[in-house]
Design a protein around this ligand. Structure first.
Ligand code: PLP
Length: 362
């Protein structure tokens, strides 16, 4: 019996290992601590982290406490530190202890509550997140200085890492990164026993001064270029393909799909493909997004919930042939730019319906 046509998401763990090796080389001696939040950017935190562990990674970042708990279970008895970027909300510290998770403390109330819990429960390792200018999460430099001057407020806590996050690392030429670097350097000596971490994917490629002791790559492990455009050194980890369901001939003036998504201004051969925004193809990507088939890019004409249309020109293709919508030829960064978003968002939207296949074991 033939398989029903559907979109397929292939997660290439060998490509992941390749990207990890490139990032390790770029990191120049800094420890690479992969970011596997949001279920490993939608690709499966378990298989991703197990493979990266096999490649030598021993520290991982997630965003949420429950992501940390799930990852701990997925890693089984493998030795690994798991950092939770959200920090510890009131009352959750027993769960951190049970799953051996390390909170990344981002506010003074978190510091106070975590310290009190640690004093009563025999100590806890924690990270301090300092806001150096992104204005999203983290203690202000003044709050951080005040803590350093009153070590009592950190009683029970072993601060193993001090970190900050860059808000404009992908925008080359934006002075905000240099300002943040200077602010981080001013804070760093206050916790001279702790390791320091500033760079995510883009920061790693900004130069040695951004790397410190630990780097936290996410998107570039999964194949996204650090500067929001394709980078030949990195390989596509996620490949989304879907078969052609039908080929339709549009006449000039014919309207395709809903509303005014596309009106043919000439005769157009449109392949109707079994993938839609449910499968992660962002609806807004029809201006500039493309599918790859028969050795060329074919413009996306319209994306609906379950199916999309591409202009196949006079390509020799037939019903059942697979179109690559994301992967080595349909680049993540191109598709993100076409959709007016970042590679991160394209990846995390892939997780819902496509059949999923992993290549290369852990
Ligand atoms: C998401 C995140 C990262 C990873 O960022 P990428 O751009 O995907 O490399 C690193 N650090 C923090 C604090 C994050 O929130």
């Amino acid at each position: 019996m033939a398989a029903a046509p559907r979109a397929r998401l292939t997660v290439d763990l060998d490509a992941l290992a390749h990207n990890h090796a490139i990032l390790t080389q770029e990191a120049g001696g800094a420890t690479v601590a992969p970011v596997v939040k949001s279920d490993g950017y939608g690709l499966g935190a378990g298989p991703i982290a197990r493979r990266l562990h096999a490649e030598g990674a021993r520290e991982f970042f997630v965003a949420r406490l429950d992501e940390g708990e799930t990852l701990r279970a997925e890693l089984g008895d493998r030795e690994a530190r798991i950092y939770v970027l959200d920090g510890a909300a009131a009352g959750t510290l027993p769960r951190f202890a049970a799953a051996r998770l390390t909170p990344v403390l981002t506010t003074l109330p978190q510091v106070t509550a975590t310290s009190a819990w640690a004093v009563a429960n025999g100590g806890l390792e924690a990270v301090l997140h300092v806001d150096t200018g992104m204005n999203r999460q983290g203690l202000t430099p003044d709050e951080t200085r005040a803590l350093a001057q009153a070590p009592d407020r950190l009683r029970g806590l072993e601060i193993g890492l001090v970190m900050s996050h860059l808000g404009s690392a992908a925008e080359t030429g934006d002075p905000r990164s240099a300002d943040q670097l200077a602010a981080f350097r001013a804070i760093r000596p206050l916790f001279s026993e702790a390791r320091a971490s500033l760079a995510a994917s883009a920061g790693i490629f900004r130069g040695a001064e951004y790397r410190f002791d630990v780097v936290r790559p996410g998107v570039s492990l999964y194949g996204g270029g650090p500067f929001d455009r394709p980078d030949d050194r990195l390989k596509a980890v996620a490949t989304l393909t879907a078969p052609i369901l039908d080929i339709r001939n549009l006449r000039p003036g014919d309207r395709l799909a809903y509303g005014r998504q596309y009106t043919a201004d000439r005769p157009v051969r449109a392949a109707i493909v079994a993938a839609g925004y449910t499968d992660g193809v962002i609806r807004a990507s029809n201006g500039g997004g493309y599918g790859w088939i028969a050795g060329a890019r074919r413009p996306l004409l319209a994306v609906t919930m379950d199916v999309l249309a591409i202009d196949i020109g006079d390509a020799a293709v037939t019903v059942g042939d697979a179109v690559e919508l994301l992967g080595p030829n349909a680049h993540l960064d191109d598709q993100a730019a076409a959709a007016g978003t970042v590679a991160h968002e394209v990846l995390v939207r892939l997780s819902r319906r496509a059949e999923r296949i992993y290549l290369g074991g852990a």
